[in-house]
Design a protein around this ligand. Structure first.
Ligand code: MCA
Ligand code: AMP
Length: 500
């Protein structure tokens, strides 16, 4: 029986006694014990009725058993669906209704609320707390460490990751075993990851970056992971001298630079600092090299495609560029109006084709058809330039998206919620530069005649509906919104007014 990802990432470690996960409480999960734990959890999943192709939702704290749950979903042939722990009940309700999972694993403290949503949908609920307690853990402790791996082909789904859409509705990106495996193979080769590496893992494990880029590359090579529950400067600084790799969003690097304890000596054992998920400012790149003698390696990716381009490991890492297409990935820059290739050096739409490109959006064939051309090219919504030798620079986004601290925030989703409030006529949500998060969220709101709302009242109304990282940091009550002759709201004018 073959199971593409399990066979490549997990099965080879059955007799590997090297450390895999080094946890905050000092405990160490060896590769060998990880394989056994994954099998125990796979037995729990099977007992919960999970059959091949079923979705298993994980909205769980970052714990070693959460990493085992991911492995168990692969081994039992399920489709792993991780969710941000910050999501509200209202947001969860949408994801669970859309994905129709067989099993939902959540934090112990959220069990009652999740039961309320999941049970009517026919899903079973198990729990895992930040301290490693809960019904999933109890059941796994009792389960066998042997499990017959469920066969899955390269084109079968392994993951379903929701990414917000410009229409306001989140879309589930269907990732196959081949999509994930091909990307992990390309990245490990390119970044020369081996079993001698020790990765500082401070990203959440519910997004592509911390889940697939970080975990899959280490599993594929047998590297060790210092699994930190969340990013904090003290924690990362104290790990640097024992580690070789860090994967982070630009906010990690600006926060580290703000601390004088970040020195060249501290980074002596470090081999590679990787940044992605949001643009790394050239000044951060330059300041980091001046302080540590390390050039951050910037790469570019998307939920729908995994990683697309990377600066070279050996070769010039240029600030402000995201490097070259990965092996087996094609990147082209097209005229956004016509879809035809743009002349070299012209700004255009970045399009991607390759084994990394997802299988389409869950339950949304028309969206899939809009975004993946018949030729197989996926239209990213990012605007860029490609040099004659293939190096890509991202210069903007055609999609209306704010990236704050590496989290994507879609203005349309927030505008829809604000516009639904009694007394609001219309709103426009936009991003402004922020020193820590790169961008932060501002809402311009026009009230109906006679309405007496203020920012606090609007904030209180959106509190139960949207995760806190999406909340506007400022509400500007305005008489009207600036519009162009086509009637489209001019967010560039709002941005200029704000900075003025
Ligand atoms: C936390 N808060 C935020 C953010 N994070 N607000 C805006 N943007 C954020 N990114 C808010 C919380 O809601 C809370 O607000 C307050 O900040 C404190 O929360 P805490 O969790 O303590 O925040 P933090 O420790 O300062 O977190 C910042 C962070 C974190 C470490 C940068 O956001 C993070 O880990 N970001 C990484 C995201 C990531 O993995 N992205 C990859 C996506 P309040 O006080 O109001 O309650 S994958 C992707 O993009 C593609 C595929 C790619 O290329 O990788
Ligand atoms: P997500 O939807 O979370 O997968 O986010 C993907 C988006 O993040 C991309 O479409 C880009 O807009 C952005 N992104 C990822 N990496 C980079 C990078 N290195 N520089 C600029 N933007 C990036």
């Amino acid at each position: 029986m073959t199971n593409a990802l399990y066979d490549a990432l997990i099965a080879p470690h059955r007799d590997n006694d090297q450390p895999f996960l080094l946890c905050d409480d000092g405990s160490v999960v060896s590769y060998h014990s990880y394989v056994l734990r994954v099998a125990q959890m796979a037995n729990v999943l099977q007992k919960a009725g999970v059959t091949p192709g079923d979705r298993v939702v994980a909205q769980v704290p970052k714990h070693a058993d959460a990493v085992a749950l991911y492995g168990a979903a692969l081994q039992s042939g399920a489709v792993y669906l991780p969710l941000n722990t910050a999501y509200t009940q209202a947001e969860l309700s949408y994801f669970l209704t859309d994905a129709a999972p067989r099993l939902v694993v959540c934090d112990v403290q959220d069990e009652a609320a999740i039961d309320h949503i999941a049970v009517p949908l026919g899903a079973q609920v198990l729990t895992l707390s930040a301290e490693g307690r809960g019904s999933l853990v109890q059941a796994a402790d009792q389960a066998s460490t042997e499990f017959d791996t469920v066969a899955r082909g390269a084109d079968d789904l392994a993951g379903l990751l929701y990414t917000s859409g410009t229409t306001g509705r989140s879309k589930g990106a269907m990732m196959s075993h081949r999509n994930l495996l091909s990307n992990a193979q390309s990245l490990t080769e390119l970044w020369e990851i081996t079993d001698q590496d020790r990765l500082i893992h401070a990203l959440p494990i519910f997004h592509t970056h911390g889940l697939f880029v970080a975990l899959n590359t280490c599993l594929l090579t047998g590297a060790s992971i210092r699994l930190m529950a969340a990013f904090n400067v003290d924690g990362v600084l104290s790990e640097l001298s024992r580690s070789t790799l860090l994967m982070g969003v630009p906010t990690f690097y600006t926060r580290l630079l703000d601390d004088p304890r970040l020195t060249k000596d501290k980074c002596a054992s470090m081999r590679l600092f990787i940044s992605g998920s949001a643009p790394l400012l050239a000044e951060t790149h330059v300041a980091f090299e001046a302080r540590t003698s390390h050039r951050i390696l910037e790469r570019y990716g998307m939920t729908e495609t995994n990683m697309i381009t990377s600066n070279p490991y050996r070769g010039e890492r240029l600030a402000g560029t995201v490097g070259y297409a990965l092996p087996n990935v094609e990147v082209t820059v097209t005229d956004p109006e016509t879809g035809h290739p743009a002349p070299t050096g012209d700004v255009g739409m970045i399009e991607v084709r390759g084994a990394n490109v997802f299988q389409g959006y869950w339950n949304m064939p028309e969206k899939t058809a809009e975004e993946i051309r018949e030729t197989g090219f996926f239209i990213t919504g990012d605007l860029g330039i490609q040099s004659a030798d293939g190096r890509v620079s991202i210069v903007g986004r055609q999609k209306d998206l704010i990236i704050s601290g590496g989290y994507n925030i879609y203005p349309k989703e927030i505008e829809d919620v604000i516009n639904d409030i009694d007394g609001v006529l219309e709103s426009a949500v936009y991003g402004v530069p922020h020193p820590d998060f790169g961008e932060s969220v501002i809402a311009a709101v026009v009230l109906q005649d006679g309405a007496a709302l203020d920012g606090d009242a609007i904030a209180a109304r959106i509190e139960p509906l949207l995760a806190r990282f999406k909340h506007p940091r400022s509400y500007l009550i305005q008489q009207s919104l600036p519009r162009n002759t086509m009637g489209k709201v001019q967010k560039n004018v709002l941005r200029a007014q704000y900075s003025g």
